[in-house]
Design a protein around this ligand. Structure first.
Ligand SMILES: CC(C)(COP(=O)(O)OP(=O)(O)OC[C@H]1O[C@@H](n2cnc3c(N)ncnc32)[C@H](O)[C@@H]1OP(=O)(O)O)[C@@H](O)C(=O)NCCC(=O)NCCS
Length: 214
């Protein structure tokens, strides 16, 4: 367990942020967490009550003045919003950290960038490469040699099979499945429950089984 005094700052106060906070609390990674945990958001300003813990609102994203030892965790699911907010916070040189729940299984050969969050019971298999600011929700499997671009979000129970390449800012709905070696372009949306057999060009939405494009 870490036993330091730095502030732990969750970026966002919506549903994904609340999930992230609950998994951070459940992970027991941080000591003395009640006094150190805060969130920032431009629209939500009420403290978050989770079990017996109060997560205090620290201020708006644009107004935050980071301290050197702050740890920032990105609690936002929407890829476009993530990229916009990271741009603002990068200018302030905040220290983005990656959270990996202890129940996730990560291969020793997986590479993971900064600002990622990986929720319980997820798996990242050999030689998978996760770039910065990726969100992986519960029970999601990232297969061998998979590449995932920045800001992409995988919802729960997603199955990304071997050698699939997901572009940047892709939003993948719950329970979607990708067949091996296909490529999903940048800014794509994949519907909940889709089974994607073929590559998808930039900016397209794929849904249903077999997936059709819109
Ligand atoms: C595919 C998706 C992006 C389409 O969103 P949309 O453009 O707003 O589409 P609509 O909700 O207007 O639905 C349009 C039609 O597609 C159908 N449809 C929508 N999503 C579908 C899906 N995932 N699989 C099959 N059919 C779907 C709807 O039933 C509707 O059919 P109808 O015209 O016969 O009534 C969205 O439905 C989706 O699956 N999002 C992922 C949600 C998710 O998993 N979020 C993460 C967990 S919180």
């Amino acid at each position: 367990m870490e036993s330091n005094k730095e502030r732990i700052i969750i970026v966002g106060g919506g549903s994904l942020a609340i999930e992230l906070i609950s998994w951070i609390l459940n992970s027991d990674i941080f000591d003395n967490i009640e006094k150190r945990l805060f969130f920032i958001d431009d629209f939500i300003s009420e403290d978050i009550n989770l079990d017996s813990i109060k997560v205090k609102f620290l201020g708006k994203i644009k107004d935050i003045i980071p301290k050197d030892d702050d740890k920032f965790y990105l609690g936002i699911a929407n890829p476009l919003k993530k990229s916009e907010i990271v741009k603002i916070l990068d200018e302030k040189k905040v220290n983005f950290c990656t959270f990996i729940h202890p129940s996730a299984i990560i291969s020793n050969t997986t590479k993971i960038g900064k600002g990622c969050v990986i929720f319980p019971f997820s798996i990242c298999s050999s030689n998978s490469n996760l770039q910065n600011f990726i969100t992986i929700n519960v029970h999601t499997a990232v297969g061998h040699d998979v590449g995932i671009g920045p800001f992409t979000t995988l919802s729960s129970f997603v199955d990304v099979t071997g050698k699939v390449q997901l572009g940047e800012k892709v939003m993948v709905g719950s329970g979607a499945r990708f067949l091996p070696s296909i490529k999903i372009g940048d800014n794509c949306t994949i519907g909940a429950g889709a089974t994607v057999y073929h590559s998808v060009p930039n900016g397209k939405t794929a849904y249903c089984k077999p997936a059709k494009l819109i």
